[in-house]
Design a protein around this ligand. Structure first.
Ligand code: 13P
Ligand code: SF4
Length: 297
């Protein structure tokens, strides 16, 4: 199956992008793995004819928004992000009307329509930097309340959080973290900013998945407790094989990320579908919000 995927990839001038939460075997056949920011940069700037995206729907949609001349394929269209579904464009526009002086800052984990209603997008890797670069003193932060509260720690601007959250990160409790810290008292704790504020308070560092990869070898500790989706451990073990990684909770599993399989990748490459597209007027507006993000980060 892997050989056949490789063959079709060359034949069709395709690249395979995989998020850091993908299954190990999917990460291993990808041309690039990374966080949302790294993958959107690659999607915006490569010379492939076809992008096969191993991730969730908003990621493939962002790739299409940035590279509409390419065919963008998501091997399972039902791989969505429940947090992205927690914001609708009509509600965002209403909120914007009520707060005319605020900048609408939208996490990349959102639909194309919501991006189109926003001033700028962010990812977990650049949210703090971008918010601080904006002229506005007030920011409507959509859809993740946990990332919004995390950004609020590093800015004097007023952040108005939306009510969304990631079910995979938000269900991790302080009690669970205290228990795992007691079990591994020597371990260093890293978590994703989609975790709740009380988790952020107890962690040694808070990183996007790409920042975890970049910084892991700067941690002197041998044992590291990882508070994010389990797929991350495969990537971290590859780049720091001498360390011991401990998943902070069994609950850290995103069922949508796990919908992509080698079988579905092979079929998607053979059929060149299912494709992901966005209506052109929406795409142009969403493109501006994503493009501003890439310029400022
Ligand atoms: P990263 O951009 O840190 O990879 O996060 C994406 C995501 O979906 C986290 O749940
Ligand atoms: Fe969405 Fe959370 Fe899954 Fe990331 S881990 S794709 S934010 S549900």
């Amino acid at each position: 199956m892997i050989k056949e995927i490789e063959k079709l990839k060359k034949q069709k001038k395709a690249i395979i992008l995989a998020h850091n939460y993908q299954k190990p075997e999917v990460q291993d056949i990808a041309d690039f793995t990374g966080d949302s920011l790294e993958l959107s940069r690659i999607a915006a700037d490569n010379d492939a004819d076809l992008i096969l995206f191993c991730g969730v729907h908003f990621m493939a949609e962002s790739a299409y928004i940035l590279s509409p001349q390419k065919k963008v394929i998501l091997p399972d269209l039902s791989a969505g992000c429940p947090m992205a579904d927690m914001a609708e464009a009509v509600d965002v526009l209403n909120m914007k009307e009520k707060n005319p002086d605020a900048a609408v800052v939208t996490y990349i984990n959102s639909s194309a329509e919501v991006k189109a209603a926003s001033d700028i997008c962010v990812t977990s890797a650049n949210a703090v930097t971008i918010v601080n670069k904006l002229q506005n003193d007030t920011v409507l932060f959509i859809p993740d309340k946990n990332l919004a509260n995390y950004v609020q720690r590093f800015t004097s601007k007023k952040i108005i959080p939306w009510k969304g959250f990631c079910p995979t990160h938000d269900r991790f409790t302080k009690e669970e973290l205290i228990a795992i810290k007691q079990k591994y008292p020597e371990a260093y704790v890293i978590v994703h900013p989609e975790c709740r504020p009380e988790i952020i308070d107890l962690a040694d560092n808070v990183w996007s998945t790409g920042q975890m990869v970049k910084n892991i070898n700067t941690i002197p500790h041998k044992q590291i407790i990882v508070g994010t989706e389990e797929g991350m451990l495969h990537k971290l073990k590859k780049i720091a094989p001498e360390k011991e990684f401990i998943l902070a909770s069994k609950g850290f599993m995103c069922p949508n990320m796990k919908k992509i399989t080698l079988e579905k990748i092979l079929k998607a490459l053979q059929d060149e579908q299912p494709i992901v597209t966005v209506k052109e007027d929406t795409r142009i507006k969403a493109f501006m919000a994503l493009q501003k993000m890439l310029e400022l980060s």
